[in-house]
Design a binder for this molecule. Sequence first.
Ligand code: AR6
Length: 231
Amino acid sequence: QQSIMKFFKKSAREENNQKEKEGTSSSGNGAGNEFPTLAFPSISTADFQFNLDKASDIIVESAQDFLKRVDNVRLALVDLSDKSRIISLVREKVVKKGIDSNRFITFVGDITMLYSKGGLRCTVIANAANWRLKPGGGGVNAAIFKAAGEALDIATKGRAETLNPGSSVAVPLPSTSPLYQREGVTHVIHVLGPNMNPQRPNYLQNDYTKGCKILRDAYSSLFESFASVAC
Ligand code: AR6
């Protein structure tokens, strides 16, 4: 709660809006604003304790592969704080690889309020889910289920009961959902990433050979799901 409030302090909001209008943001949210955009959190790097440096490599490589293959779409990595380590790592690597800043952006904000508070239109958002696809539990999963209301829980149950690590499921959001009405979100894609937290199910015991493969599979499944609903 507190971090969300801190996050959306007026100055940050205005800065994002201004950058969006001018198209001058270093993260580049200008000319590509008309493309269908997927907003996604960094999968597995908070509650699931995945190594940030390895995760940032996988995010950038997976995004680059996807954007080479699919035109007229945009990806936006989102995190809550302007001190987000994963955002800085990804930004550096995106610049190094010369990825088009109109097609891959980083954005600081709450993924459930991107349009209303940040002026960023994202018709599809990703959720770092748990294997039972249950609401609550903390992190971005709790925030998305709360903002979307019961409609998301019902729609999710209609699509899948569980997820395997490395896979995703796209759920159309009913137009009655506040997230649809307020933010213009038409789909939520639940993704289950690799877990390096001994307190959570499917614990990988620090096996990063398996973990990196699962994280790559998770992003490739997420981006394919996005292409299938957006294109
Ligand atoms: N908006 C944008 N980014 C957010 C938000 C938000 N509202 N909330 C968190 N993040 P996490 P995981 C960022 O822990 O590591 C859940 O309880 C956060 O800073 O949500 O994949 C599920 O039920 C981080 O960068 O997901 C699972 O059991 C990123 O989202 C488990 O946690 C992912 O953090 C999944 O753990």
